[in-house]
Design a protein around this ligand. Structure first.
Ligand code: ZN
Length: 493
C-alpha cells in the first residue's frame, strides 16, 4: 500500500489535488466538521510532525495530525514542502494575479496550468494600499496564496510580489512575510511641473536637484540613441525635462533598492520599478533617462512599468487608439532590450484584451502582466449567480461609496450611466456593463470592511461563505477568465 492510499483510506474528505507524499510523510487538505484542515500522516515520532500545531490521532504506529490553516502551520508546511516557498522568476514571461479575498489562488493555478507552464506565475501579490483597504497583512496575503497553491498541488514554482511599496517600512513588512519580488513605486517623487515648464523654468528646477542628480552628472547630455533605426536625442530640454520629472523618483528607487539589499542580506530578491500611476505618459526619452540613471546608481531590476499612453482604467479594456499604443509600446520594448534586458510590466493589466497580442508580440517574451481587482469581480460574478440578494445589496452599497472610493483610482464610470439596482434583471450581465463594472471594482475595500449597526461586518462573512461553499464555481470562473489573460502571452514565449 503506498503512502497516499493510506491517507485516502482514513475516511476524511480530501481536496483531491492537494494529496502529496514527501520524504515519507503524507500531506493533504481535508474538509472536516470544524472546517478545512491540513492533514499530515507520518510515522509516530516523525520529526516532520513536531512543527505543526493541531489535533493528533494515533493510528497504530502512525500519527494523523489535523491542523488549522493558520500562520504557524503555513510556515511549518512551507518548511517541509520547498515548492511552497516563493522563488525568483527572472526574465521569464510572467503574470501576477493579485487576490484581495485570499480565495482566488486555486482558480489562478488552474489557469496557469492550462497555459501549459509557459507563464511564470506570481500568486501572492498585493499592494500596501490594497492591504490597508482590506485589512490584511503581508503575511496573510502570502499564507492565503500558499494554501491555495497547496490545495491545487502546484509544484512548479511561483513568485510573490510586494506591490507598490513606497517606504522602507513597507519593505520590512513584506520581507518578513517572505516576499521575493518587490515593486518600488516612486510616484510621489515624480515632479509633474516638468510637463508644463519652459526651458528657463526647467533650468531653474534642475539646479534645485542634488549634485549627483544634476543632468550633467547623468552623462546623457546631447547623447543620441538608435532605437531600432529611429534616432532619439537627449538634447538639453529633453534631458532637463526627464531629470526634473524623474530625477528624485530615480533616487528614491535607488535608496529603496539599497535598503532592501541590506535588509534582505543573503536572501535573493528581484525588483520592479513602477511609475505607472503618474499623470502623464512616460516618453521614450524619459524611459532612456530612467533606465540609464537606475543603472548608474547601481540598481538591478527585472521589470519596469512605464506609464504608457492611453487609459488603463481598472477592470476594463484599454481605452485609446490601438495603433498609437502599438507605436508607444514598441519604443519602450526596444529600450528595455537595449538597456540591459528587463521586462515591461503592464500594470492595471486585467481585462486589457485588445492590447495583449500587441504587447506579447512586441515584447518578445520580456513582459509581465499584473492584475488584481479582476479576481474580486469574478467573485462577484460567482455571487451574482449563487446569491442574487447579496449581490444586489452589494451593488446598491457600492453605488453609495463610489464617488468617495473612486478618488485613488483611474476610472471614468458615472453613476448616472450605470443601471439602477432595481432595474437589474440579469445580475451576472451587470459585470459586463462598463460603469457598473468599475463601480463594483473600486469599492471592494468599503464592501469588505463595512460594518452594520451591531458592529458585525455587513457583507464580508456572507460574501466569504458563498465562495467557501462554492469553491469549484469560483475557481471555474477564475480559470476561464484568466485563460483569456494568459493565452495571448503564451504564444510569444
Ligand atoms: Zn500599478
Amino acid at each position: 500500500m503506498n503512502m497516499s492510499t493510506r491517507l485516502i483510506s482514513s475516511a476524511l474528505h480530501f481536496f483531491p489535488r492537494s494529496l502529496v507524499s514527501h520524504n515519507g510523510v503524507e500531506y493533504a487538505l481535508a474538509q472536516t466538521n470544524s472546517g478545512t484542515r491540513l492533514a499530515v500522516l507520518a510515522a509516530s515520532g516523525s520529526t516532520a510532525l513536531i512543527a505543526f500545531e493541531g489535533e493528533r490521532v494515533e493510528q497504530g504506529n502512525q500519527t494523523l495530525l489535523l491542523a488549522p490553516l493558520d500562520a504557524h502551520n503555513a510556515s511549518a508546511l512551507r518548511a517541509q514542502l520547498p515548492w511552497l516557498q516563493p522563488r525568483l522568476l527572472g526574465l521569464r514571461t510572467s503574470a501576477g494575479m493579485g487576490d484581495r479575498l485570499g480565495l482566488a489562488t486555486p482558480g489562478h493555478v488552474r489557469a496557469v496550468r492550462a497555459a501549459g507552464g509557459k507563464i511564470a506565475p506570481i500568486f501572492a501579490q498585493q499592494s500596501i494600499r490594497e492591504m490597508t483597504r482590506t485589512g490584511r497583512t503581508p503575511q496573510q496575503v502570502m499564507d492565503d496564496a500558499i494554501w491555495g497553491i497547496f490545495a491545487e498541488g502546484w509544484q512548479e514554482g511561483f513568485g510573490a510580489d510586494a506591490d507598490h511599496l513606497k517606504t522602507p517600512a513597507d519593505i520590512d513588512a513584506c520581507l518578513a512575510a517572505g516576499f521575493t519580488f518587490f515593486t518600488i513605486d516612486p510616484g510621489a517623487h515624480v515632479d509633474n511641473r516638468a510637463e508644463t515648464a519652459n526651458l528657463g523654468e526647467l533650468r531653474v528646477l534642475a539646479e534645485m536637484l542634488p549634485d549627483y542628480l544634476q543632468p550633467r552628472a547623468s552623462g546623457l547630455m546631447g547623447r543620441i540613441f538608435d532605437i531600432e533605426g529611429r534616432s532619439l536625442q537627449l538634447d538639453e530640454s529633453t534631458l532637463l525635462k526627464a531629470a526634473v520629472k524623474y530625477g528624485r523618483a530615480v533616487a528614491h528607487v535607488a535608496a529603496m533598492y539599497q535598503y532592501l539589499a541590506q535588509a534582505a542580506g543573503p536572501r535573493p530578491f528581484e525588483l520592479e520599478v513602477s511609475v505607472d500611476e503618474t499623470d502623464q505618459p512616460t516618453s521614450h526619452a524619459e524611459h532612456v533617462y530612467i533606465a540609464s540613471e537606475l543603472k548608474r546608481l547601481g540598481v538591478k531590476w527585472v521589470s519596469l512599468a512605464p506609464r504608457y499612453i492611453g487609459c488603463f482604467e481598472k477592470g476594463v479594456d484599454y481605452i485609446g487608439d490601438l495603433a498609437a499604443f502599438e507605436a508607444n509600446f514598441a519604443g519602450h520594448a526596444v529600450i528595455a532590450r537595449q538597456f540591459g534586458s528587463y521586462k515591461l510590466s503592464l500594470h492595471s493589466g486585467s481585462d486589457k484584451f485588445s492590447i495583449y497580442p500587441i504587447a506579447a508580440r512586441l515584447a518578445r517574451g520580456l513582459v509581465h502582466l499584473k492584475t488584481a481587482g479582476t479576481s474580486y469581480l469574478e467573485a462577484l460574478r460567482t455571487i451574482a449567480v449563487l446569491d442574487v440578494t447579496l449581490f444586489h445589496e452589494i451593488y446598491s452599497f457600492a453605488r453609495q461609496c463610489y464617488e468617495t472610493d473612486r478618488a485613488s483610482y483611474h476610472v471614468s464610470a458615472e453613476l448616472g450611466r450605470a443601471p439602477l439596482p432595481e432595474d437589474v434583471e440579469d445580475s451576472p450581465a451587470l459585470l459586463e456593463q462598463f460603469d457598473a463594472r468599475e463601480i463594483l471594482h473600486v469599492t471592494f475595500g468599503s464592501v469588505l470592511t463595512e460594518k452594520a449597526a451591531d458592529g458585525q461586518k455587513r457583507f464580508y462573512d456572507r460574501f466569504i461563505a458563498v465562495l467557501n461553499s462554492n469553491r469549484e464555481s469560483y475557481a471555474a470562473n477564475l480559470e476561464k477568465h484568466f485563460i483569456r489573460h494568459l493565452e495571448p502571452f503564451k504564444e510569444s514565449v
